[in-house]
Design a protein around this ligand. Structure first.
Ligand code: KMH
Ligand code: ZN
Length: 282
């Protein structure tokens, strides 16, 4: 594995935007981007203010989460046509999505895809990720040259990641990048102490970003920047900008992350530099 200290981007910050997710309803959050046009406009706006990668969940005509392959392909193509962003599709989907549909997401040919490292209670639901399923996702991404972002919802998921890499080898691109998804009700808390605990378990040479769900968004962002990590922000993870103030749009969250990254002297890196960092083909 390569050393994170020598990789491009280690002095800058990779900002990922996760604009939609599978959890919020359009009725509850009317400014959530759900149509193809809304997603493309969001992608363009977020790229302008510092995002380099987009983590995508898509919706159907009724704004419900879907893993429809035709729509996924159309979305990948449209975002590529309109931006330079690295296109990452979610293979997590919604908690109700069957494994076969989640594996089929890879057929849409994204640059990157999420790959969750274990099961976690997800509010009142369970986000199920069996070991055999994890291995299958990892191997298919290896075969197809799709770069995974390993999603870590709890500290034990880092143990699973190490076991996966030991038994099945490095991912496509040869570099390990993971995202600490913190503050999910049922997962690890979104605070500095937990992020510090996670750092001790991250495989050597790997890079990491962190995402704070709900009110942990800002503390996790600051903790990750201070620890040399990258960041993911977006309305998938939080719909509140400040106490009592709803998020206006995804670009507002990306712009804040960019500003804080600059203050931390680790300014946002663009999509091209991020491709090199992650091992994503140009
Ligand atoms: N919607 C969550 C149940 C991912 O995108 O890979 C899972 C999730 C993870 O959002
Ligand atoms: Zn997601």
């Amino acid at each position: 594995m390569s050393s994170s200290t020598t990789r491009p981007g280690s002095h800058g910050t990779l900002i990922t935007v996760a604009p939609t997710g599978a959890e919020h309803t359009k009725a509850d959050v009317p400014n959530l981007p759900v149509t193809l046009d809304e997603l493309v406009q969001t992608a363009r706006g977020c790229e302008r203010v510092g995002a380099a990668m987009i983590h995508l969940h898509i919706r159907d005509d009724e704004a419900k989460p879907t893993l429809d392959l035709g729509r996924l392909k159309e979305t990948v193509a449209a975002v590529r046509e309109n931006t330079r962003l690295i296109v990452q599709l979610s293979t997590g989907g919604a908690v109700t999505d069957p494994e076969a549909d989640r594996l089929a997401v890879l057929d849409a040919g994204p640059d990157s895809a999420s790959c969750s490292m274990g099961t976690v209670n997800f509010g009142d639901d369970v986000f199920l990720n069996r070991w055999e399923f994890i291995v299958e996702l990892h191997k298919r991404m290896q075969e197809r040259g799709i770069v995974p972002e390993y999603e870590i919802f709890d500290l034990g998921h880092l143990t699973t990641l190490r076991r996966l890499l030991d038994q099945h080898g490095l991912p496509a691109g040869g570099h390990v990048h993971l995202d600490l998804v913190m503050g999910v009700p049922g997962g690890m808390p979104g605070d500095t102490e937990t992020l510090a605990a996670a750092l001790r378990l991250i495989p050597e040479g790997a890079t990491f970003s962190a995402t704070g769900v709900g009110r942990t968004s800002l503390p996790v962002l600051l903790a990750s920047l201070s620890a040399g990590g990258h960041v993911r922000v977006g309305m998938e993870d939080t719909i509140s900008y400040a106490r009592g103030e709803r998020v206006k749009d995804n670009a507002q969250l990306v712009a804040r992350a960019s500003g804080l990254a600059r203050i931390a002297q680790r300014p946002p890196i663009g999509p091209d530099e991020s491709r090199v960092l992650l091992g994503v083909a140009s």
